[in-house]
Design a protein around this ligand. Structure first.
Ligand code: SAM
Length: 378
């Protein structure tokens, strides 16, 4: 029996076989992206899947015949706020976009499907491998590079590009990174205490925990984790590393749990892990560097969209965009307001845009996502 499966902006046809099981999460994501009414979806033969019968394809959608064409790639990451990203970036043919956080390529795919070309970056080679496979059908319209997004001008310069029509950052870690114990990002799985997004360079979380001074560890937990109990946790870490060096995520979870009570479902090591991840990947400085470069590299009318997942990141997004969109600065000691030399953008979001209840229901990660956008105006 032939069905059509919904992807953002395209439908692919495939033949269902009785024992074929599709990832319900993947299907749900795509159905959400199309804002399809739940009763247009069907659970077929008790399979854990939602399939649309061919006859129910919307007439205004482009149907791409692709026999057996469902992707066999496992779900890498479910992107958040996809329709909001498209709303603010306005991708179309002959526009070129920079996706600084390629991940599983979900956002890039939506931009490509809308006709735009995409230059994408990720510092994680696993993301690049996955997304290159997923997006291979777009040919030269899609290129991907292993780079930190703070270094994006190098990539644009070497491609002979002097400005782009849009930029997207969807920061943080992907579900794939979080769920792979070998990457050491999660307190939920035991694995090496690593946390590097680029596994081939820099210090691991274990290096920091085992080598840095007590004062530095306290600073990391206080500033990057906003962890109130930073002193108590670092004291326990320092005592433990005198006896035996940390090597696994479980080592760290056990030590933090030994001095921190558990509150409800929240793991006591949550903020410690967040803080270390930020330190290992120098996340806040990389994001600040990126934001400072945005106005120079946007074409007139070009737009930037940033999605962040905690208050430290959102503060950087908010303050940078406010700086670029404020025409006049004033201080009590100045006789009169002065024109802001950085003024070059128009704010498109006064308040951060958040996910709808429907999206959060399908993707709990969307709960803490905050999107901000601005346009290059001069
Ligand atoms: C939340 S995921 C992005 C998901 C993506 N938008 C999608 O649709 O699948 C974040 C990705 O950004 C990458 N990343 C985070 N910080 C980075 C940086 N400074 N430079 C380059 N890549 C970075 C991570 O390796 C991860 O793959």
């Amino acid at each position: 029996m032939t069905f059509a499966i919904a992807f953002p902006h395209i439908f692919r046809r495939f033949t269902a076989t009785p024992n074929r099981v599709f990832e319900s999460q993947l299907i749900r994501e795509y159905s959400w992206a199309l804002s399809m009414d739940a009763n247009r979806l069907k659970v077929v033969n008790g399979m854990d899947a939602f399939l649309m019968q061919e006859g129910s394809v919307r007439e205004d959608e482009n149907v791409i015949g692709n026999a057996g064409g469902i992707s066999t790639l496992p779900l890498y990451h479910q992107p958040v706020l996809t329709s909001e990203v498209l709303h603010y970036l306005q991708p179309e043919k002959d526009k070129i976009f920079l996706d600084g956080t390629l991940g599983g390529g979900g956002h890039s795919e939506s931009l490509l499907n809308a006709g735009a070309d995409v230059i994408a970056l990720d510092q994680d080679v696993e993301a690049l491998n996955y997304a290159r496979t997923r997006l291979s059908g777009f040919g030269e319209r899609f290129t991907a590079h292993q780079k930190n997004f703070r270094e994006f001008p190098e990539v644009l310069k070497s491609a002979g590009i002097s400005g782009v029509d849009g930029m997207l950052l969807d920061i943080g870690v992907s579900s794939h990174q979080l769920n792979d114990p070998a990457r050491g990002f999660s307190f939920m799985h035991d694995g090496p205490l690593d946390m590097r997004m680029n596994s081939s360079e820099g210090r691991t979380a274990a290096d920091i925990i085992n080598e840095d001074s007590v004062e530095e560890l306290e600073r990391i937990l206080r500033e990057y984790g906003e962890e109130w109990s930073f002193r108590r946790i670092v004291k326990a870490i320092a005592e433990r590393r005198e006896i035996k060096a940390f090597s696994s995520t479980k080592d760290l979870v056990d030590v933090v749990s030994s001095v921190m009570p558990r509150h409800g479902k929240v793991n006591p090591a949550t903020l410690t892990f967040q803080a270390l991840r930020i330190a290992v990947n120098d996340e806040l400085a990389a994001f600040t560097d990126f934001m400072n470069l945005v106005p120079r590299w946007l074409n007139p009318g070009g737009r930037v969209v940033v999605i962040s997942f905690h208050s430290l990141e959102d503060r950087i997004a908010k303050q940078s965009l406010l700086r670029f969109s404020t025409e006049w600065n004033d201080r009590p000691e100045w006789p009169e307001p002065r024109r802001n030399p950085e003024y070059s953008m128009r704010l498109l979001t006064r308040k951060p845009v958040e996910a709808t209840a429907a999206e959060i229901k399908n993707n709990t990660r969307a709960r803490s996502a905050k999107l901000r956008a601005a346009e290059k105006s001069i």
